[in-house]
Design a protein around this ligand. Sequence first.
Ligand SMILES: Cc1cc2nc3c(=O)[nH]c(=O)nc-3n(C[C@H](O)[C@H](O)[C@H](O)COP(=O)(O)O)c2cc1C
Length: 222
Amino acid sequence: MKFIKKLILRTLLRSIGKTYDGTGLSQKDAYNTPILLFSEWFRQSLKETPDQVNIMTVSTVSEDGSPSSRLVLLKHFDENGFVFYTNYNSRKARELSSNPKVSLNFWWEQFFRQVRIEGSAVKVSEKESDDYFQTRDRGSQLGAWASAQSQVIESRDILEKKVAAIEKKYEGTEIRRPPHWGGYRIVPEKIEFWQGRLNRLHDRFLYTKKEDGSWQKDRLSP
Ligand SMILES: Cc1cc2nc3c(=O)[nH]c(=O)nc-3n(C[C@H](O)[C@H](O)[C@H](O)COP(=O)(O)O)c2cc1C
């Protein structure tokens, strides 16, 4: 029985495939600055899937060289970089403090598009984190105080009691940003745009930042 189930799963996985027949990306569509193309793709995906467009994978590397990935939400982007918010004592933050190199990945399924970003993480200014924290709903603000993200916790009950205690402490007052919570800006060094096409003959454009701050653009083989 176990064997048959395994066989069915293997056959099923092998048969799952997708036809990527997106509109092509050409040299002329790919701007000289990657942030312009990123904005264009982002805006197009925003229209189709507003609740998913800013989900991205963030990969970090530990001191001993082991990679780890998790999803976070992109909260801001411009020519200076890509910003997300998290706990500064979390696993990802610990890894970033010993190695700031990061890889980001977006998958915009409706358009068969992937964007890969490589760069280095720097903490955003205290003011930037404060300003963003104030826009968050109160529940999320309480959560930021209550959660020692990535630490072992004995029970959910402990977490909920912590939230209740913090809620009581801040009753009727504004909740300030905890010092252990804030943003990272990923300053890009490479950005690759992948446009799925028929027969796996996808379009790929890699932008690499040059010393003088301009971008080199290369088409990569799919
Ligand atoms: C869709 C989605 C969005 C998430 N957004 C964030 C986020 O913006 N910031 C964050 O710290 N964790 C976010 N998380 C949780 C992270 O994936 C992860 O569990 C957490 O940051 C702890 O990661 P770490 O232990 O590697 O530091 C999100 C999870 C999902 C599934």
